[in-house]
Design a protein around this ligand. Sequence first.
Ligand code: AMP
Ligand code: ZN
Length: 137
Amino acid sequence: MREDNCIFCKIANGDIPSKTLYEDEECRVILDLGPATKGHALILPKNHYANLFELPENEAEYVMVIAKRMAAKMTEKLQCDGFNLVQNNGETAGQTVFHFHMHLIPRYKWDNQLIGWKPMQATQEELEDTMNTIIAE
Ligand code: AMP
Ligand code: ZN
């Protein structure tokens, strides 16, 4: 399940070389070309799914298993102090490559990186209203 002209299909399947940290039949883990921190990696399923909605549940589970294993290995090897797992889903959320990928970003006490959001304020009523919107049948 590849898509023509998808760079991550080509990387995941080995048609374009990459700095590969791990590979199996389902996925490849590579170093990001523009790292947020040392060791910033991307988990790429070998099948083409544009985004989280297209990703089958069993592959979604597997991505998290690989994230957990890689985080343990990278913590040992890089001596990082924490991790951010990030998946930008959709253009509005910052997705630029439309082949599903999970960012695995090692964090260091000294890294001074900005990964996050500006907390807004919400009243109890607004939270209630949002909750009801989401859970409504
Ligand atoms: P996103 O904005 O979540 O779609 O993330 C795309 C990521 O892919 C960015 O962090 C880029 O630095 C990274 N990237 C783009 N092209 C390549 C490539 N050829 N090899 C490795 N990483 C790449
Ligand atoms: Zn693809």
